[in-house]
Design a protein around this ligand. Structure first.
Ligand SMILES: O=C(O)CCC(=O)C(=O)O
Ligand SMILES: [Fe+2]
Length: 138
């Protein structure tokens, strides 16, 4: 019950936990931390597209959700992503000789479609977007 570890493939995800039942956990430095949701605040997750667009300056957050049999848990999620005509890739303003692109550039529609061809597992989808050092000419 709940959600297995994953990062959101979106740009940003806004979460609103409705009925005060916690269960969200976030991974930091390899450790899982329970997240006590403030009922008066939204939770904003940095997604994979944010990490790609910022060329690794920001990191998408790995998270999971554990539910329990006693109390139902309700969360509304709002996902923000570029439209299908856009490209997903590092911002050109952040790329130069010292900072080569760390991620591939792909049309949003393909990025979205490819996501549904893999089994969600941690940050695997983002890793799939990484440029290998040899591709960078290193
Ligand atoms: O239920 C939650 O708090 C998180 C949901 C989530 O991780 C997601 O929709 O990607
Ligand atoms: Fe998520």
């Amino acid at each position: 019950m709940g959600l297995i570890p994953h990062s959101d493939m979106t740009l940003l995800t806004i979460l609103h936990q409705l009925n005060g039942v916690d269960g969200l956990e976030v991974k930091k430095n390899g450790l899982w931390f329970p997240f006590n949701v403030n009922p008066d605040a939204f939770v904003v997750n940095v997604g994979d597209i944010f990490q790609i667009f910022s060329n690794g300056v920001y990191h998408s957050i790995e998270h999971k959700v554990t539910c329990n049999k006693e109390r139902e848990r309700i969360t509304v999620t709002f996902n923000l992503s570029p439209n299908f005509e856009a490209e997903v890739g590092p911002s050109l303003s952040l790329i130069n000789a010292e900072n080569p692109p760390l991620f591939r550039r792909v049309g949003m529609e393909d990025y979205f479609k490819q996501f549904f061809t893999i089994k969600i597992c941690g940050k695997k989808y983002l890793d799939n977007m990484r440029i290998q050092p040899s591709e960078n000419g290193d």
